[in-house]
Design a protein around this ligand. Structure first.
Ligand SMILES: [Zn+2]
Length: 235
């Protein structure tokens, strides 16, 4: 008899959580599903902060599981809001759902490689269906894309300028996610309107466009930059 390794234990725990969230989701018990996702994210954050977090392979599993459950929490939130009749008629709700759907899609897509459970894939298909429903209602775009100049982009792993280190943004090193941390902000060089944005959260909605009496078109109240982080475990 061999006992389960900590690695196996986390995988088994994550699989049980996915089963339970899936059941709540299909029962449309979004409050219960949300609570399970939040508890799972917190558990991963606690593992990462514990002594166990010094083991790189275990850290990686806990980090990826945390990102997956955080993405599922986003997905549950979007499903809860879009279960209400008439949500698509409210501009504020559409904007909120759009942001949350892209957060969910990015996190689940990132974390589900190697995951054998069918539920995350089912969630991604559902997310795409709602994104397409919004596009059918309001069009494919456009989006804003700003060019922002910062003094430096610092690597979250080694602290050096990202242009001079070997770490790759989005990769995991010893259970730590590599991201570029912007240094001192200098200026916004320009803002373009694009059809194929880097960040689809920066969408211009029909209600963001205003024309005045002189025929000048203005874009108002549009998200230009998002502070999205894959591993934002602060729920
Ligand atoms: Zn680095």
């Amino acid at each position: 008899m061999t006992s389960d390794t900590p690695h196996d234990e986390i995988q088994a725990w994550a699989s049980d959580c996915l089963d339970a969230i899936e059941t709540d989701f299909h029962d449309a018990d979004f409050d219960a599903a949300n609570m399970r996702c939040k508890t799972a994210v917190k558990h991963c954050a606690t593992m990462l902060a514990s002594d166990m977090g010094s083991d790189g392979a275990l850290r990686t599993i806990a980090l990826i599981a945390g990102i997956l459950f955080r993405g599922l929490a986003d997905c549950v939130h979007a499903a809860h809001v879009t279960a209400r009749v008439g949500w698509i008629q409210s501009p504020k709700v559409v904007e909120e759902v759009w942001q949350v759907l892209w957060d969910a899609k990015e996190r689940i897509s990132y974390a589900m490689a190697g995951c054998t459970h069918a539920f995350p894939q089912w969630c991604l298909e559902r997310i795409d269906a709602v994104i397409n429903h919004i596009k059918e209602s309001f069009g494919d775009g456009p989006y804003v894309s700003p060019e922002i100049v910062c003094k430096q982009l610092r690597c979250s792993i080694c602290g050096q300028d990202m242009r001079s280190c070997t770490h790759l943004p989005g990769s995991i090193y010893q259970g730590r996610l590599c991201v570029g941390i912007p240094g001192e902000f200098e200026t916004i060089r320009f803002v373009s309107m694009v059809d194929d944005p880097k960040d689809p959260r920066c969408r211009v909605w029909p209600w963001n466009v205003e024309a005045d009496d002189n025929g000048t078109i203005k874009v108002v109240d549009t998200t230009m930059l998002c502070s999205f982080r894959l591993d934002d475990f602060d729920l």
